[in-house]
Design a protein. Structure first.
Length: 646
């Protein structure tokens, strides 16, 4: 049935007229104005040799066609009305949530603030145009003055000054290793270091930054706790409480599933594009390499190049080096969840991953400057796909299934590396005993070789051997084993164990612990070389030779980027130890343990045992004994055994 304009040419049979009234397909004629009585219809009936035309009244036309035409004509206005209604509804919901319980709605406030900020920024950029960058230039000058003041301020503390010296040493070392010294883009280098410094300044030195990242870390820990529901159902409560594989590895599966859902919804692509845009416009890098480095904040060294897979074949060697360096300098979000489950500080891990992105891009341009003409230099951005999943359930299933290989790979590597490490230590002990050297091991060798590096990063001199051991394990084995050992040191500190057990330290200070967390945050180890080469070669086989010639230089750069992050953490670290232990213990209910409580109780115990009139408590500790139920000098303290008192 075909409808068009036309005049009645002959009488329409009754059967055809009945069929016409029940037709489902209508098309308004472009010349309908010529038909005063309504729509003209032209019908070709199978089995009839003649063409029949008839004028239909308007009431015979399906009402849906009018509604459809109206929606098409006013689509923009209707879209704005619907969007306005949704925004108004969300505003009411947001106000109600904040009014009822603001603390509970804090996560909603943060997400809303981020979305509103980027929406306002897009509008501001659209209407302000080129004038925006003149204002940014003034801001950069002001920030440069602020950075100078902060450097002078922190140089008063010798420990922070050592970290600053280590940062300068690493930058000079990487410049000495540069492939083209005369082609270094210092704009990219200084902007990258400046962005890293500003991020570290906000995260480590400002109260809002500390609280924000601590809150974010707590939320991630709380979110990862939902893994227990699935793993306990599959493995049982006993296994997930006692066996490492069933306690930690399911977190990777859950995190991978969530990341796949976020990719399907386009959230990760949007976030990565925003971060890469900031790096690109400030550092002057190409969109392909910048996008890959920004993606490494959230995904691993083999997943991030998939974002730019169509462009890998045409990228220059300098851009490939930046992609590799970004992969070596950061960790994937999935394994971050595993490290958090060890007890590693979540805020420090998140901060290290975010700060590593601009630093990796800057150092890659210092070590391997651009000397070729990039095909992507004139492009402002590139497109990202949202995956091939048809619905959110398929995305979740694919994400969980894809993580099985990663989990198996981690478990296999842990078994192999720990076994190899034990064999190496046994062999070294045997060779050492032949010449009367006791206790020779891989960790001991690393503690001597890398101890100057650990000290330059800002670790205490007494802690430098242990930090150097962890660095050696991270570089020559992997960071998973190193973070496991760091978690043991942290657990020993929080458990109140003695700092020294003979000639061996059982834990490191909070400052050294924080610096080590930053230094270990990266995939830069020799076992990752095969993973990197295998992933990139499978995407672009014809560039296998280029990848092999670049990978060692990128590995060295990635190792130094993690150390630079650690130096910056040591430079900006502010001690949180309690200055007035009497006041602190007087206001503590002793319902939970903390490092501050440990240090204060250690001072009190030393005064009580080694004081001039021991075992009594003398001033100013005597004041604590007058507080009912609080004073360690009360009867509850004396009822304990000497071991319990210690």
């Amino acid at each position: 049935i075909c409808i068009s304009s036309g005049r009645l040419s002959q009488a329409l049979p009754s059967v055809a007229r009945a069929l016409l009234k029940q037709c489902l397909v209508y098309k308004r004629s472009s010349r309908v104005s010529h038909e005063p009585f309504g729509y003209g219809a032209q019908i070709h009936l199978l089995g009839l040799s003649h063409l029949c035309c008839v004028n239909l009244p308007r009431k015979a036309v399906h009402p849906a066609s009018k509604a459809k035409h109206f929606c098409k004509a006013h689509a923009k206005a209707i879209r704005k009305v619907i969007l306005g209604i949704l925004c108004l509804a969300y505003l009411c919901y947001f106000a109600a949530a904040c009014w009822l319980n603001f603390q509970r709605a804090l996560a909603l406030v943060v997400m809303t603030a981020v979305v509103v900020f980027f929406m306002c920024w897009s509008l501001f950029q659209k209407h302000c145009g080129a004038k925006l960058w003149q204002k940014w230039l003034l801001c950069v000058v002001l920030l440069g003055g602020l950075v100078t003041w902060l450097v002078l301020d922190t140089s008063r503390n010798p420990e922070q000054l050592i970290s600053f010296a280590g940062l300068c040493f690493l930058v000079l070392f990487l410049f000495a290793c540069s492939k083209h010294h005369g082609a270094v883009s210092w704009r990219a280098v200084f902007w990258g270091l400046g962005l890293e410094f500003l991020l570290g300044l906000f995260i480590l030195r400002t109260t809002p930054g500390v609280q924000a990242f601590q809150w974010l870390g707590d939320q991630i820990q709380f979110f990862l706790s939902y893994t227990t529901a699935g793993s306990s159902f599959v493995f049982g409560n006993t296994l997930i409480e006692e066996v490492f594989a069933f306690q930690t590895l399911p977190i990777i599966i859950f995190f991978s599933c969530v990341m796949s859902i976020l990719y399907y919804l386009g959230v990760m692509q949007w976030l990565i594009l925003k971060i890469s845009w900031v790096l690109q416009v400030s550092m002057g890098t190409t969109p392909t390499e910048t996008l890959s480095v920004a993606g490494n904040i959230f995904v691993g060294q083999t997943e991030s190049p998939l974002l730019i897979r169509p462009y890998l074949a045409d990228m220059t060697n300098s851009e490939i080096h930046a992609v590799m360096t970004g992969g070596f300098s950061t960790i994937a979000g999935s394994v971050m969840g595993a490290y958090i489950s060890f007890g590693i500080d979540a805020a420090s891990l998140i901060a290290a991953s975010v700060m590593a992105a601009p630093c990796a891009l800057a150092m890659s341009k210092l070590v391997y400057p651009e000397v070729e003409e990039s095909k992507f230099k004139g492009k402002e951005s590139i497109r990202l796909s949202c995956g091939e999943e048809r619905n959110i359930l398929e995305a979740a299933s694919n994400g969980a299934a894809a993580s099985v290989g990663l989990v198996a790979n981690i478990a296999a590597n842990l078994i192999a590396f720990l076994a190899v490490l034990e064999f190496i230590n046994a062999a070294l002990r045997w060779f050492g005993e032949m010449v009367d050297i006791e206790g020779l091991s891989f960790q001991v060798i690393c503690s001597y070789v890398l101890m100057p590096v650990a000290f330059l990063m800002g670790a205490d001199w007494a802690d430098s051997p242990l930090v150097a051991e962890l660095l050696g394990i991270k570089i020559f084995l992997n960071e998973f084993v190193a973070y496991q050992q760091l978690a043991v040191y942290k657990k020993n500190r929080l458990s109140g164990l003695e700092e020294w057990d003979g000639n061996r330290k059982q834990w490191i200070s909070v400052r050294s612990e924080s610096i080590t967390t930053f230094a270990l945050c990266g995939f830069a180890n020799f076992s990752s070389i095969g993973i990197m080469l295998g992933g990139l070669t499978s995407m672009v086989p014809q560039r296998k030779g280029d990848f092999a010639s670049i990978v060692l230089r990128a590995l060295l750069t990635g190792i130094c980027v993690s150390m630079l992050n650690a130096c910056l953490a040591g430079l900006l670290y502010v001690p949180t130890e309690v200055s007035d232990c009497v006041t602190f213990l007087s206001n503590t209910n002793f319902s939970s343990t903390s490092y501050a409580m440990y240090t204060c109780c250690k001072q009190l115990f030393a005064r009580w045992v080694h004081g001039p009139n021991s075992p009594g408590c003398q001033s100013p500790w005597q004041a604590l004994g007058t507080l009912p139920g609080r004073g360690p000098c009360r009867s509850a303290w004396h009822r304990q055994s000497p071991k319990e008192q210690g």
